[in-house]
Ligand binder design. Structure first.
Ligand SMILES: Cc1ncc(COP(=O)(O)O)c(C=O)c1O
Length: 398
């Protein structure tokens, strides 16, 4: 393996151009979701549409060539690789924390809901927010408690007074915090995160900090791990989700992680995972996981630069009256289409048939998202250029 210093040069021949890899959506799904699949540019899934880091591709090819895919024990080095990356990028060493592997973020959240809430209890989310949270809460027989984000001229912020009221309900026992926030792109500040930790600790509300987008930080900002504020707040109970799936576009091949401070949290998570046999290692996941953290920092630097470039293209290219909510993190652009005056049901149809774009309509993320749409911008610049030109044409024809 060509191990790269996290500051270093790494894979010798990174591709000079980003090779597009269209989102893998079948025409039936596009027809069902967007009313058409004709000439549609799909930018609705939160994953990169560029080739994966070359070091990962090479390592997977080598692993395939091994011709033996039986049981495999996870070496300690996979978690070491994760923590070395976190220390290097975010100055977060993981000292005094425990880390366990989980097949997906959804699995982790599902198990944590089951372990740390009772049926019928409330779980707070902050819409507009990643759609699976609601489904996971409802499927577990718990109640969704919305504490919507507020939007003003400066962007989105948490309504901390409302959060305090929701958390104070004794029947509400958990909060799922999306940090950085999908879809609005906020990178929460230390004071905001401390306020969440304090409110939740005061009312005995367990916090799941979904930090799967942690590496995707834009504009020189800093990711603050919830762990960093929670450890200073007595009685704050929490667990965080992490992993390489969003950072390197490896959702189809990699496992994820749960990080927590309390032995009881990790102990109960591990016990349930082992009871359900969620602990089986996939040989390709082991390879991709470790190789990405060890060899792809140069690829990732270019990837972040690509996202910044694409944000700038939207900032300067979106036609009036379409606005951009400035993303502080993630590779998701939250477009403000309220000026088009289209109804909630009309908007996805207009985007698909008039602009030829499959974007995630804002109302999927909660009714607070009505009039907005989420566009994935982890794509080669020419794709963003094409999306802007399609939107410009569609607006001009209105
Ligand atoms: C905030 C957030 N959490 C979780 C996930 C999904 O993770 P997984 O596929 O591992 O369940 C996504 C995917 O878009 C996401 O944006």
């Amino acid at each position: 393996m060509n191990v790269e210093s996290n500051h270093g040069t790494g894979s010798p021949n990174p591709p000079r151009r980003w090779l597009p890899r269209p989102q893998a959506t079948d025409p039936e799904t596009l027809d069902r979701l967007f009313g058409t699949s004709e000439n549609l540019l799909p930018l609705w899934i939160a994953e990169p549409s560029v080739e994966a880091p070359p070091g990962v591709v090479e390592a997977l090819a080598e692993r395939v060539a091994d011709h033996h895919y039986g049981y495999e024990v996870r070496p300690e080095t996979t978690l070491e690789a994760f923590w070395a990356w976190m220390a290097d990028r975010h100055g977060w060493s993981g000292e005094d924390l425990r880390t366990v592997v989980s097949p997906s973020v959804g699995t982790s959240i599902g198990v944590l809901i089951e372990q740390f809430t009772e049926p019928g209890q409330g779980v707070i989310i902050q819409p507009p927010v990643f759609t699976d949270f609601k489904t996971l809460i409802r499927d577990a027989g718990r109640r969704v408690v919305a504490s919507p984000l507020e939007l003003d001229v400066e962007g989105y912020r948490m309504d901390l007074a409302d959060l305090e009221v929701r958390a104070a309900d004794p029947d509400t026992t958990m909060m799922i915090l999306c940090s950085p926030h999908n879809p609005v792109g906020r990178v929460w500040s230390e004071p905001e995160l401390r306020a969440v930790a304090e409110i939740c600790a005061r009312h005995g509300v367990f916090v799941i900090a979904d930090e799967i987008h942690a590496d995707l930080i834009l504009g020189g900002r800093r990711f603050v791990p919830f762990a960093g504020v929670a450890t200073g707040v007595p009685a704050c109970r929490w667990a965080a989700t992490h992993g390489p799936i969003k950072t390197f576009g490896l959702a189809g091949v990699c496992d994820t992680l749960v990080v927590a401070a309390e032995d009881e949290v990790i102990g109960r998570f591990e016990a349930r995972s082992s009871q359900l046999h969620l602990t089986r290692n996939n040989v390709f996941s082991l390879t991709a996981f470790e190789t990405a953290y060890l060899t792809a920092s140069r690829w990732f630097a270019r990837f972040l630069a690509l996202i910044e470039e694409n944000v700038e293209a939207l900032r300067s290219g979106l036609p009036d009256p379409i606005g951009l909510i400035e993303p502080e993190g993630t590779y998701l652009a939250w477009l403000d289409l309220r000026g088009l005056d289209l109804g909630v049901r009309e908007l996805p149809g207009w985007l698909a048939t008039e602009a030829g774009l499959a974007l995630s309509p804002g109302h999927w993320f909660g009714r607070q998202g009505a009039g907005f749409a989420r566009m994935t911008i982890a794509v080669p610049p020419e794709i963003v250029g094409e999306a802007v030109s399609r939107l410009t044409g569609a607006v001009a024809r209105r």
